[in-house]
Design a protein around this ligand. Structure first.
Ligand code: OAK
Length: 818
């Protein structure tokens, strides 16, 4: 039997759902189980069925994939290449099924085969090839580029081990290696023939006739693994190409034959180390040499691949910018500036000025943070050792760029615009800026701050280069797939136009005052809360009341994101309830999820604090269901898909000016949670769209923060003057939550008392009071649901489709097909 189902296109043109019958699909799954997995139905495990199911769905994607690839070659349109160290794509089965529009057939087929579709989905490992926001954004962008029919490739690293698994031992974070590849993956295709050599170290020589030779002392092979990414209705399928590092020679046979088995394998181990692990730190440039090698490894392989594809259909390398737009997702691929120049100059014999011009027309750069410690810098000695030719090229760019600027007589400090600082450090943000056609921020506020702070002088030099592209999220994964109840309600009320044109969701805003719609909306939320309550009990054994207010803070653990502010408020609320248990309290479940970088001690201690507070609060009989604290381990994309649809309140409480955008804020609002937040990142734009009645804004603004820090903030006085805050901090250090070790949180408290860089104490009172308003408001269920509906229906602008349209127009110069 032919195990690939033909998609019957007779019904119409691309864009229509394929006519696939449940029966044909069921037989395809059976065939996959037998011929691809090699199992008989009577002996098949859940994993086997899940694999068979995924392979059958994959065939459906592949059909579309070939068509898209052919069409983009024939169409000769400009191609987008998205270079990112991270792609946090999560699970793919349900994503593919929903995007192809074959969910009904797949579910029927599963039922007929006697397998539970939901259980199959949970068999798939979560592809956790990213840390947080930047990586998940890249995944949403892949979805949107396919949905809009933009020919694109995502390029990254196929890490053997993605982001570590987080476990709690006695409330402390413990990191365990993540092993997503342990079970074979249905979604990727190894392209052993698609391999490029990537060189490191060695010497540079010139032959005296203009040719340059780089004699490297280490060479590895980058092997491609392709995953098809289907857009909405399967209209277009793009490729995510991830590189794995492999040795050039499989084995040192000489050493092996001499019985030296360990050293015979040494080169293999060295080479494979490059793609072994994802760096679990999303805020500081760590890992030094290996990290630099990772960055160059995937950038070099990707550029070689881009040029190969270009030259298949074109012969003039000078016209590269007409066909190629390359996006650098933060500075991790910023070495692309020097690498593209190197290839153009050394391999194609263009002059440096020519090569620089072409490079600047092809590349663009997205900045995702202004925090100084997260802006990458490389020590020039290390850089010269690993990438000697690139060091020369960067020196040329630095010199050439300064010379260009000196003639212009502008009020900029030359020290500020140098790429190489004091001859000892390369500032990758500067290299990326100088080598780019466009540089973008990820929210209006962030872009403004970029112009005023880190890139101030560059902005004076190149006033048209910085543009804003406020982040977005894909509505397919973050509503259609993860919230079937709300999806069904919206389909019934306004049809499916919103799925690929999210602004249409506003058509449902009028139902906010319709009692029957409101009841259904509230029922969908309630069902999601029951589902999350069950998940909380399964994961941490805590029973929570699903009718309580679900207050959610899910994101990486970082001081600037201020989980500590939330924990302090939890303590203060706990103390208030204990003082007056008979008062009218709004039952609340505080839900936390997030990983701390393994070396980030204070963030790990805050996790321990949250767990210690949870233990005491959850076991206090005076408190009962009035307050529960659920700290969920191993927060990842799949867990987010369960938490987000169930949230009532979304915590977006970063110190103003420090969160570049946030995207969890958008996902939660789209699923009907009301935001409690500062005027930071994209919160500002969310507030503009949902209106002041439907969001809780508190605390200092970015200007206030800058002013306060400049004047010098004294947390002492604030704490002393606020008994609620003082009571909470005192409880933290008097052993209330750590009877076994009273001093455990002294350092956390000391920082609050003495420096409080993140202004937790400064915002506490305003935050605490706002939370009390939330308590009161939540009791009016009708009004709350109305505001929840207005959140869902007013945030359509935050679709990543809109963001990608923005990049297409302002940055890449491409025209979406759909
Ligand atoms: C990661 C590594 C280096 C620099 C920044 C990051 C990162 O994840 N930044 C986050 O990017 C998201 C997507 O743009 C934003 O929403 C977050 O605010 C930002 O912290």
């Amino acid at each position: 039997m032919n195990d690939t189902i033909r998609i019957d296109e007779a019904a119409g043109s691309a864009g229509q759902a394929p006519a696939l019958t449940a029966e044909a699909f069921r037989e395809a799954v059976r065939a996959k189980l037998k011929y691809a997995v090699g199992k008989d139905p009577s002996r098949a495990t859940a994993k086997d069925w899940s694999m068979a199911l995924s392979l059958a769905v994959r065939d459906q994607v592949v059909e579309r994939w070939f068509e898209s690839t052919k069409a983009s070659h024939a169409g000769q349109k400009k191609h987008v290449y998205y270079l990112s160290m991270e792609f946090l794509i999560g699970r793919l089965l349900n994503d593919a099924v929903c995007n192809l529009g074959i969910e009904a057939q797949v579910r029927t087929a599963c039922a007929e085969l006697g397998i539970d579709y939901q259980a199959q989905l949970e068999q798939e490992s979560d592809a956790a090839l990213g840390n947080g926001g930047l990586g998940r954004l890249a995944a949403c962008f892949m979805d949107s580029m396919s949905t809009l029919g933009i020919p694109a490739h995502g390029y990254g690293i196929r890490y053997d081990h993605g982001l570590f698994r987080q476990r709690f031992h006695d409330g402390w974070q413990v990191e365990e290696p993540e092993d997503w590849l342990v079970s074979s993956r249905a979604w990727e295709f190894e392209r052993a023939e698609m391999a490029y050599l990537v060189k490191f170290g060695g010497q540079i020589s010139f032959d005296g006739h203009g040719a340059t030779y780089w004699r490297a002392d280490e060479t590895v092979k980058a092997v491609a693994y392709d995953t098809p990414i289907a857009g909405w209705k399967g209209r277009h399928v793009n490729t995510l190409r991830l590189w794995a590092s492999r040795p050039v020679e499989v084995l040192d046979l000489g050493r092996f034959n001499h019985g030296d088995y360990m050293s015979a394998a040494e080169k293999t181990i060295r080479a494979e180390t490059i793609s072994r692990v994802l760096y679990p730190d999303d805020t500081t440039a760590e890992g030094k040499e290996l990290r630099l090698k990772q960055e160059y490894f995937f950038t070099s392989a990707s550029l070689q691949d881009i040029l190969r594809r270009y030259l298949e259909d074109n012969d003039d390398i000078r016209k590269l910018p007409e066909q190629v737009a390359i996006q650098m997702n933060d500075t991790h691929p910023a070495i692309a500036v020097a690498e593209l120049m190197r290839i153009l100059a050394d391999d194609y014999r263009l002059t440096f000025p020519e090569a620089f011009e072409i490079t600047r027309q092809c590349l663009s750069y997205t900045n995702h943070t202004l925090m100084p410690e997260a802006l990458e810098r490389w020590n020039t000695n290390l850089f010269r050792k690993v990438l000697p030719r690139h060091m020369q090229i960067i020196e040329w760019i630095d010199y050439h760029h300064l010379a260009e600027v000196q003639g212009r007589n502008l009020p900029v400090s030359l020290d500020n615009i140098r790429i190489i600082e004091w001859g000892s450090e390369i500032k990758m943000g500067s290299l990326a800026f100088v080598g780019s056609r466009r540089v973008n921020g990820v929210s209006a506020l962030h872009t403004e701050l970029m112009k005023q702070t880190v890139f101030k002088d560059y902005h004076l030099l190149y006033p048209d280069r910085i543009v804003n592209e406020t982040n977005g999220i894909t509505p397919r994964r973050w509503l259609y797939e993860c919230n079937p109840g709300l999806r069904a309600l919206l389909l019934e009320a306004i049809g499916d136009g919103w799925v690929d044109n999210l602004e249409k969701i506003e058509d449902a805003a009028k139902f906010a005052t319709d009692a029957s719609f409101r009841d259904k909306f509230a029922a969908a939320k309630q069902a999601n809360k029951v589902r999350l309550a069950a998940e909380i009990e399964r994961r941490i054994g805590l029973r929570v009341d699903p009718t309580a207010l679900f207050d959610v803070q899910i994101k990486r653990m970082h001081e600037y994101k201020r989980q500590l502010l939330n924990v302090l408020e939890t303590i203060a609320l706990y103390q208030a309830i204990r003082r007056g248990p008979g008062a009218e309290w709004t039952p609340r479940v505080k839900i936390f999820g997030g990983k701390a970088a393994p070396g980030y001690q204070i963030a790990k201690r805050i996790i321990k604090l949250a767990n210690d507070v949870a233990r005491v609060v959850n076991n206090d009989p005076i408190i009962g269901d009035r307050l529960k604290v659920a700290v969920l381990p191993n927060y990842n994309v799949s867990l987010a898909e369960v938490i987000i649809p169930a949230a009532d309140l979304s915590e977006q409480i970063s110190t103003a000016g420090m969160e570049a955008s946030g995207t969890g804020n958008m996902k939660l609002a789209l699923n009907g949670a009301l935001t409690i937040g500062t005027l930071d990142g994209a919160n500002v734009e969310i507030a503009e769209r949902v209106g002041p009645d439907n969001i809780y804004i508190f605390g200092l603004t970015a200007d206030d923060v800058a002013g306060l820090r400049q004047r010098g903030y004294n947390p002492n006085a604030t704490i002393d003057s606020d008994p609620t805050l003082k009571g909470a901090i005192d409880a933290m250090v008097n052993g209330t939550f750590s009877p076994d070790d009273h001093g455990r949180f002294n350092e956390v408290a000391d920082r609050l008392w003495h420096t409080d860089w993140f202004l937790v104490t400064a915002d506490f009172q305003s935050y605490f009071q706002t939370q009390r308003t939330v308590d009161v408001d939540y009791r009016d269920k009708t009004r709350w649901t109305e505001r929840s509906i207005l959140n869902t229906t007013k945030v359509g602008w935050f679709s990543s489709d809109r963001t990608i349209r923005g990049y297409s127009k302002d940055v890449w110069g491409v025209e979406p097909n759909f």
